[in-house]
Design a binder for this molecule. Structure first.
Ligand code: GDP
Length: 206
C-alpha cells in the first residue's frame, strides 16, 4: 500500500461532495500546526502532497488521498482512502468558520460507514489540550474508533516522550472509542512512521 505513489483525488467542503462509500478509509485530525501535513507527506513518502503550512484554519475541506493505479470505476477501486481533515483550534478563526468545521466533521463522523479509524494528532510538546478533548468528545459521541499519534517527538527528549505517552494513555483510558495503543512520531526524523503504516494497514484490513 505505502510502497506505491499516492494521489489527491478530491477536496470535500460539504457532505454532498463526498465520494460514494467504497473502500475503507482512515482520517487524520489535529490542531492547526500540529504537523499533520508533514506527517501525511512523510507517511506517504511524498513531499508536497498534503499542503504544509497553509494559512492556519483556512482549508475547511476533507482532502481525499488514494494509492495511485486504480481507475476508481466499477470494481477497480483503490484498497483504501486516507482523509486529511481540516485543522482545528486556530485562535483567530471566526465563529462561523468554527461552526462550519464542526458541522462538516460531525456530519462526516456520524454518516460515514466506511470510516474505520481517526488518527488524532497531538503535539508531543503540548499533550492533549482543551480543544483536543472536545474533538475526542465528538468522536466518542459519534462512536468512531480513534488512535492518538504524537507528532514532533524529536523536539523533546526520549524520557519526556515516554512520560507524555503514559500521561496521555491515562487521560484517554476511560474514553469508550479510544484505541489504547499510542504512537510517537517525528516527520523530521522519520520516526514511528512504520508503526503508523502498520497500524493503518491492520485497521483497514480488520
Ligand atoms: P499542519 O498545520 O498540522 O499541517 O502542520 P505542518 O505539517 O504544516 O507543520 C507545522 C510546523 O511544524 C512546520 O513548521 C513544520 O516544519 C513543523 N513540523 C512538522 N512536523 C515536524 C516534526 O516531526 N519535527 C519538527 N521538528 N518539526 C515539525
Amino acid at each position: 500500500l505505502f510502497a506505491r505513489p499516492w494521489i489527491f483525488i478530491r477536496g470535500v467542503p460539504s457532505m454532498k461532495f463526498l465520494p460514494p462509500e467504497g473502500p475503507p478509509e482512515v482520517a487524520f485530525a489535529g490542531r492547526s500546526n500540529v504537523g499533520k501535513s508533514s506527517l501525511i507527506n512523510a507517511l506517504l513518502a511524498q513531499k508536497g502532497l498534503a499542503r504544509t503550512s497553509n494559512t492556519p484554519g483556512r482549508t475547511q475541506e476533507l482532502n481525499y488521498f488514494v494509492p495511485d493505479g486504480y481507475s476508481g470505476e466499477g470494481e477497480d477501486l483503490p484498497p483504501m482512502a486516507l482523509v486529511d481533515m481540516p485543522g482545528y483550534g486556530y485562535a483567530q478563526a471566526p465563529k462561523q468558520q468554527v461552526d462550519q468545521w464542526t458541522k462538516l466533521v460531525f456530519d462526516y463522523l456520524r454518516g460515514r460507514a466506511t470510516l474505520k479509524r481517526v488518527y488524532v494528532l497531538i503535539d508531543a510538546r503540548h499533550g492533549i489540550k482543551k480543544n483536543d478533548e472536545e474533538v475526542l468528545d465528538l468522536l466518542d459521541k459519534a462512536a468512531v474508533s480513534y488512535q492518538i499519534v504524537l507528532t514532533k517527538a524529536d523536539k523533546i527528549k526520549p524520557p519526556a516522550v515516554e512520560k507524555l505517552l503514559a500521561a496521555t494513555a491515562e487521560k484517554i483510558r476511560k474514553r469508550p472509542a479510544a484505541f489504547p495503543a499510542l504512537i510517537a512520531t517525528s516527520s523530521e526524523k522519520n520516526a514511528g512512521l512504520d508503526d503508523l503504516r502498520q497500524a493503518i494497514q491492520e485497521t483497514v484490513a480488520g
